[in-house]
Structure formats: C-alpha cells, structure tokens
Design a protein around this ligand. Structure first.
Ligand code: AMP
Length: 115
C-alpha cells in the first residue's frame, strides 16, 4: 500500500499546501493540535529519521531551515513554535514517512501543547 504522504506528494490526495519545491512539501495537518500546525515533508521517502542516511545531510538541514522560514511566513516566529519529529510507533508516529511537525500560534501566555 502506498504511503499516504507519497500520495499527497504525487497529487493523488487533496491537501492544503503551504509550500512546495522539488525536494519538499509543506501542508496543513488534517487534525491540527494547535492554531498553526503544518507538516514539513521531504519528497523522498524515509520511514523515519532512523532510515535517513548520512548522504542526506544537506536535505535534512534544508528541512530544518525551511521550517524556520515557514514559521516566519505563518507569523509564529516571534510568538514561539515547536518543531517535532516522531520516530517510531512508541513515540506516537502513525505516518511512516519522515515529517516535521511545525506547531504554534497559541494565545499569549499559553505554553503550547505536545503533539
Ligand atoms: P505522526 O504521529 O508524527 O506520524 O503524525 C502524522 C500526522 O499526519 C498527524 O498529525 C495526522 O493528523 C497527519 N495526517 C494524517 N493524514 C493526513 C492527511 N491526509 N493530510 C494532512 N495531514 C495528515
């Protein structure tokens, strides 16, 4: 069975896209855990960080820096945000295609949630 995020990347499933280039896609989480909750996803399929090889160092760095830029674009840079990667079922990972959760947008004074 094809990975659900690979289907989104191929355009076979609808999504609300926030950013896309040839290496990555960013879209809104279907079940947001915060006022702002997007997923930053490499187009190449890794089940989790455990499967990411050293040669993907540049791509992995890009994902992190783009996440920072998108936080700014979405207006949560100054108010604060979390970047979370679940790895393995024991951490709560349910979609086995590496992705970064970018979450934020809480009201002033809130401490944020854990995904
Ligand atoms: P994780 O628990 O880290 O594997 O997170 C997977 C995330 O993917 C969850 O927050 C889900 O709400 C989200 N998700 C699952 N299916 C979709 C979808 N079709 N479009 C957007 N987000 C999705």
């Amino acid at each position: 069975m094809t990975c659900i995020f690979c289907k989104i990347i191929k355009g076979e499933l609808p999504t609300t896209k926030v950013y896309e280039d040839d290496e990555m896609i960013v879209f809104k989480d279907i079940a947001p855990k915060a006022p702002v909750h997007v997923l930053v996803v490499p187009k190449i399929h890794f089940a989790s960080l455990n499967e990411a090889k050293e040669e993907k160092e540049k791509l992995l760095g890009k994902l992190l820096l783009k996440t920072r830029d998108i936080a700014k674009t979405l207006g949560i840079s100054k108010s604060g945000y979390k970047v979370i990667i679940n790895n393995g079922a024991g951490s709560g990972q349910v979609v086995f295609h590496l992705h970064l959760h970018l979450i934020g947008g809480w009201k002033e004074g809130a401490k944020g949630y854990i995904v």
